[in-house]
Design a protein around this ligand. Structure first.
Ligand code: S3P
Length: 171
């Protein structure tokens, strides 16, 4: 079985899930999955609760378990990931790593202007404090770039246009 997965990485709120859903509209051979959703199904627990009770380290272990399973079992998928998923040790074994790059101000606007902003913030305990989130963003910027096969600028662009660019560049 040939492995053809697109792995979307990037900071919280950059639009990884939205773009995954857009990509499958453009390429019917692909299926969209999301690592946070997988972890919630696996544990039958919301991300917020995992952070609050088991802690961040336990959440990162679930991310690694998810990465191991994906690397072994999945092909023809667009996989949207949590903002810290890029740290798993076998990222490249899962598929082509696409970093969705945006500036922090744009991300902030996108999150707080969303009609379901409250819900979106719930699964993002690391975004509770905007100053801390900004520091984390700057801390991770270079690391995202370093692990990416492809870097795509997404600020102020239409999702359809970004999806087309990704499909052109991964094929
Ligand atoms: C996290 C990002 C979240 C979620 C968890 C941790 C992070 O996903 O996995 O709250 O470490 O950046 P999104 O990037 O989809 O918000």
């Amino acid at each position: 079985m040939q492995k053809r997965n697109i792995l979307l990485i990037g900071f919280m709120g950059v639009g990884k899930g939205t773009l995954a859903r857009e990509l499958v509209r453009h390429d019917a051979s692909l299926y969209a999955i999301d690592t946070d959703d997988m972890i919630e199904s696996l544990t039958n627990t919301k991300i917020k609760k995992i952070f609050a009770t088991a802690g961040e380290e336990a959440f990162r272990a679930y991310e690694q378990k998810t990465a191991d399973w994906l690397a072994k079992n999945i092909s023809n998928a667009v996989i949207s990931t949590g903002g810290g998923f890029y740290k798993v040790h076998n990222l490249k074994a899962i598929g082509t790593v696409v970093y969705l790059k945006a500036d922090f101000e744009w991300i902030l606007q996108r999150i707080f202007n969303a009609h379901n902003a409250k819900k979106k913030l719930k699964k993002r305990p690391l975004f509770k404090d905007v100053d801390k989130a900004k520091a984390l963003f700057h801390e991770r910027e270079k690391a995202y770039e370093a692990v990416a096969d492809i870097i795509v600028d997404v600020s102020n662009r239409e999702v359809a246009e970004i999806a087309k660019e990704i499909l052109e560049r991964v094929s």
